[in-house]
Structures are given as structure tokens and as C-alpha cells.
Design a protein around this ligand. Structure first.
Ligand SMILES: Nc1ncnc2c1ncn2[C@@H]1O[C@H](COP(=O)(O)OP(=O)(O)OP(=O)(O)O)[C@@H](O)[C@H]1O
Length: 479
């Protein structure tokens, strides 16, 4: 009922025509400097949007234009159906004041579609009730490893805001940011790092080759695995991984199933049981070797027997996921052998060291990685009382039961694998009771196969997910 100073200029008439979107009119005075922003055309809507705001530039200093803002007009000229290049020439022509009509990104966000949302898969369990540092327990979101979360704010460095998938209508809650979780794990780590490790001579290690082909090479690979793990790899703990929905088509091949775990944990046993349970559905790769074929062996069944020259050529052409040399002969698992199983329409079960997952971590194979983890030592003692395994010695009849040291090594190696490669694991199966573990694995694989939507790493879809999403595959134009 009263007028207050200062009086705002009248709202431009055409603004009232915009019935649905709230718009903002921004006037900037042009100097010789560029405005300090880049624009691009949104592939799906055709709209001209602000792609980036350069720190310290005129647009940034004004605080009025933000990334994601949609430009509707420049100096009264509508930008609909225009290319970024045309917008640039419009801007170049204008002198003094430049007036933008903008739909702010924040109001667009409210109507945003799925592809503009950020989805993360949690790689650790979080329970606010057990977190004394959470600012407000009621405002936090509990989650389990593997849950997909929709992140709505990452503005705070320590606490992000997110909700569970499909829960987006409800209020978002707090989750620990990547940085916070990494810091927490780093504070706990010294215990693990300084744990004295027993170093055993390589002799006496066991190894079974895939599916009971208990070859000397496999034992050799196991030996090198044991000696190499714990030395290499990233120390960053698994936190979150950006994921995107994948709608499986009936024509699409099955995802590759990669089984990993420390030596002796039961990877082979689980694989064997899967195969027996449904031999038409599951398949395994046939390895390559340069050694002579033995009488009882068949080409393409036990091994692909190839020449040293061919094998080395394949190494050079990066055709092996894993290979090694034993007793002067090469042995290896090739990418082609995985292709062959997948082309038969089967679910290919691959058993490799976690460090080799990277060779198949592509949209082509879409690996579903299962980590087979040992249970607590008390349960290992109970469940493996009668289990025997082939020792590493040349004596093929040498089988023995697990020792206390074997159990400790298994648990140690599992911890190392989880620390170094945990971010790649889709599922963790604790192999205590073998029947329970097998049932859980089979049910989980079935669930993945039947799911209408699967959440796969964004890096399989675009090399730099966040950046690629921002630019929508279009080159930005500098304004
Ligand atoms: N849950 C379990 N309970 C009892 N015995 C088990 C269990 N899981 C596996 N075993 C037995 O433990 C032994 C080692 O298992 P397996 O050969 O599958 O290990 P692995 O992980 O493939 O190890 P490696 O790669 O060193 O061969 C086998 O005799 C197997 O039958």
C-alpha cells in the first residue's frame, strides 16, 4: 500500500507472455574484455545454454549469469533455433549494454529430466546412527554398498545431499561426501598399513587353474599374484561411482561375469557349481598355450594350442586379458575367448586377478564383478575343516588341508584386494557356507539378468562423465 524507494524499472511487456518459465533479465555493460562465458546448444532441447562461467570474468563478477542458464534473447532478439555461432555474431554487433533474457538454471532444474541428474552408486555402507560426526542424524540418509543414490547437492565439501533411487519425491538427506569418507578411512588406515606381514617363500603356494585345470602355469600365476598384490594400486578407498541407467534389450548379449577373490577362497568352486547348475546358460573361456598338446587333450576344448610366434603377436596386439610363462611355455586368456562364449548367447564366467578387470571394463563387456570374500577366521576354520587343495609343489598328488596361516593370508589378501579394487566390485559374496554362498550368487546373477534397468558406470558411456554430460557432445562457443 506504500511505494518504497528505489523504484524498479517496469517489467518488459514480453516477459508477461512467458506463462510457464520464470525469466530473468540481465543487463551487462560490454567492455573490450569478453563476457567470460561459453555457450552451447543443448542437443535434446535445441536451447542455447551457458556451458561455463570463467572465474573472474565479467559474467562471473556480475553474479547474475550461471552455468546451465538458458539464453532466450539477446537485446530483444529471440535465440530460438539459432546456432551458437549466430549468437556470437549477435553479441559482437552489440555495443555498450547487452541485455539477456534468461531462464535461470535453478528453475530449469526443477523440471529437469533424468539425464541431467547425478546418480552415484555407494561403495560402502553408511549408518547415521553409528556416526557421531553427522550434523543431524534425522537429516541423514542410511545406505548400503551397491545402493544407487540420486545426488541433488554437492555444494558442501563434507556433507552432500541425496536420496535413494526412486525416492526423489521425498526430502533429500545428508550423506558423507567422497572427501569426508576418504579422510575417515585414511585416519583408520595406519592400523592396516603397519600390520606386520609374514613374508613366505614362494614355494608351497597353491593354485588351481580355472575349472579344475590345476596346471602348473595357474599355480605360477597365483604365485605372481600373491607377490604383486599389496604393492601396487591406488590407496584411495572406495566411496562412490557415477552410474547411468542401462536398459537391456532382448538382443543385447549377457554381461560378462567376473569372479575375483583371494587364492583358495572358493572362486573355482562357485564357478564349477554355476556351470553344473545350468551348462547351457553359463560358459567359460578356453585358454591359449604354446606347449605341446597332450594325448588326452583336445584343441579348443582344453586349450587353444598356438605357436610362440602367434602368441607373442597376440601379446603385442593386447589380445590377452591375462598371460604368463611357465616352464618355457606361454599360457593366457584372450579377449577373443570371452567374445566366443558371449557370442554363443551364454553368460561368460571369467576368473581373473582384480588388477586385470581393467582390460574388460568397457561398454562392450559390461562386466558384473563379484568379489568372493572369506568369512571371519572362526568360520573359515569351521567350514574348511575337510576342504583340501592342490599344493604348489610339482608333485601332482600333493593335496593338503588349509593351515591357520593359509586362512590369515586369505583374509589379508582379501583386505588388500578390497582396498585397492573395491570400487570395481558390484557384489560381495561372503563364502562361509558354500551352499548359502552359491544360492546367493546364483540369485544375484539372475536378478541382474532380469532387471529392466541396470546401473552401469558412467565412464562406459562417456570417457569423462561429468564433463561430457555438461557439454552434451557439442563444442562450447566462447562469448
Ligand atoms: N565355502 C566353502 N566351504 C568349504 N570348502 C570350500 C568352500 N569354498 C571352497 N571350498 C573348497 O576349498 C578349496 C579351494 O577352493 P577353490 O579351488 O574354489 O579356490 P579358488 O578361490 O579357486 O582358489 P585358487 O584360485 O587358488 O584355486 C576347494 O577344495 C573347495 O572345494
Amino acid at each position: 500500500q506504500r511505494d518504497f524507494e528505489p523504484t524498479l524499472p517496469p517489467i518488459p511487456d514480453d516477459v508477461l507472455e512467458e506463462e510457464e518459465d520464470s525469466v530473468k533479465i540481465v543487463s551487462l555493460v560490454k567492455t573490450k574484455e569478453p563476457l567470460g562465458a561459453t555457450i552451447k546448444r543443448d542437443k535434446s532441447t535445441g536451447a542455447i545454454v551457458v556451458a561455463r562461467i570463467m572465474r573472474g570474468g565479467a559474467a562471473d563478477k556480475s553474479g547474475l549469469i550461471h552455468e546451465g542458464d538458458e539464453l532466450k534473447e539477446v537485446n530483444g532478439v529471440p535465440l530460438e533455433h539459432r546456432k551458437p555461432k549466430e549468437v556470437l555474431s549477435l553479441l559482437a554487433r552489440s555495443q555498450g549494454e547487452v541485455r539477456f533474457k534468461i531462464i535461470p538454471a535453478s528453475s530449469k532444474e526443477e523440471m529437469s529430466s533424468n539425464k541431467k541428474k547425478l546418480f552415484l552408486r555407494a561403495l560402502f555402507d553408511y549408518d547415521p546412527d553409528e556416526d557421531p560426526a553427522v550434523p543431524c542424524k534425522d537429516a541423514a540418509v542410511a545406505f548400503k554398498r551397491g545402493d544407487v543414490l540420486q545426488v541433488v547437492s554437492m555444494e558442501d565439501d563434507t556433507w552432500w545431499q541425496a536420496c535413494h533411487l526412486g525416492d526423489s519425491s521425498t526430502r533429500a538427506g545428508l550423506i558423507p561426501s567422497q572427501q569426508l569418507h576418504e579422510r575417515r578411512v585414511a585416519l583408520q588406515r595406519p592400523k592396516a598399513l603397519f600390520k606386520p606381514r609374514r613374508v613366505k617363500p614362494p614355494a608351497g603356494l597353491r593354485r588351481s587353474f580355472r575349472l579344475g585345470r590345476k596346471s602348473s602355469w595357474a599355480r605360477e600365476v597365483a604365485r605372481s599374484r600373491r607377490w604383486s598384490t599389496g604393492v601396487h594400486g591406488s590407496i584411495r578407498p572406495p566411496t562412490y561411482i557415477e552410474v547411468m541407467p542401462y536398459h537391456k534389450d532382448s538382443k543385447d548379449r549377457h554381461r560378462l561375469v567376473v569372479l575375483v577373490g583371494p587364492n583358495g577362497v572358493g572362486v573355482n568352486e562357485l564357478k564349477r557349481r554355476l556351470l553344473i547348475s545350468d551348462p547351457d546358460h553359463y560358459g567359460v573361456t578356453v585358454p591359449h598355450t604354446t606347449r605341446e598338446k597332450r594325448r588326452q587333450e583336445n584343441e579348443g576344448v582344453d586349450y587353444h594350442f598356438v605357436s610362440i610366434h602367434m602368441f607373442e603377436e597376440d601379446i603385442l596386439n593386447h589380445r590377452f586379458i591375462e598371460y604368463g610363462r611357465y616352464n618355457g611355455h606361454y599360457y593366457g586368456t584372450s579377449l577373443d575367448s570371452v567374445h566366443r562364449v558371449m557370442a554363443e548367447g551364454k553368460v561368460c564366467l571369467l576368473d581373473v586377478h582384480p588388477s586385470k578387470i581393467k582390460h574388460v571394463y568397457t561398454s562392450e563387456f559390461k562386466p558384473y564383478v563379484v568379489f568372493v570374500k572369506p568369512p571371519r577366521i572362526e568360520e573359515l576354520r569351521l567350514t574348511r575343516r575337510r576342504a583340501k587343495f592342490l599344493c604348489d609343489e610339482e608333485d601332482k598328488n600333493s593335496v593338503r588341508i588349509f593351515s591357520e596361516e593359509d586362512f590369515e593370508d586369505m583374509i589379508d589378501l582379501a583386505e588388500t584386494m578390497e582396498r585397492q579394487c573395491g570400487h570395481l566390485f558390484d557384489k560381495v559374496i561372503v563364502n562361509g557356507d558354500i551352499a548359502v554362498a552359491f544360492r546367493e550368487l546364483k540369485a544375484d546373477l539372475k536378478k541382474v539378468e532380469e532387471a529392466e534397468v541396470q546401473w552401469i558406470p558412467a565412464e562406459w558411456i562417456c570417457s569423462s562423465p561429468t564433463k561430457a554430460r555438461r557439454s552434451c557432445g557439442h563444442l562450447d562457443s566462447w562469448i
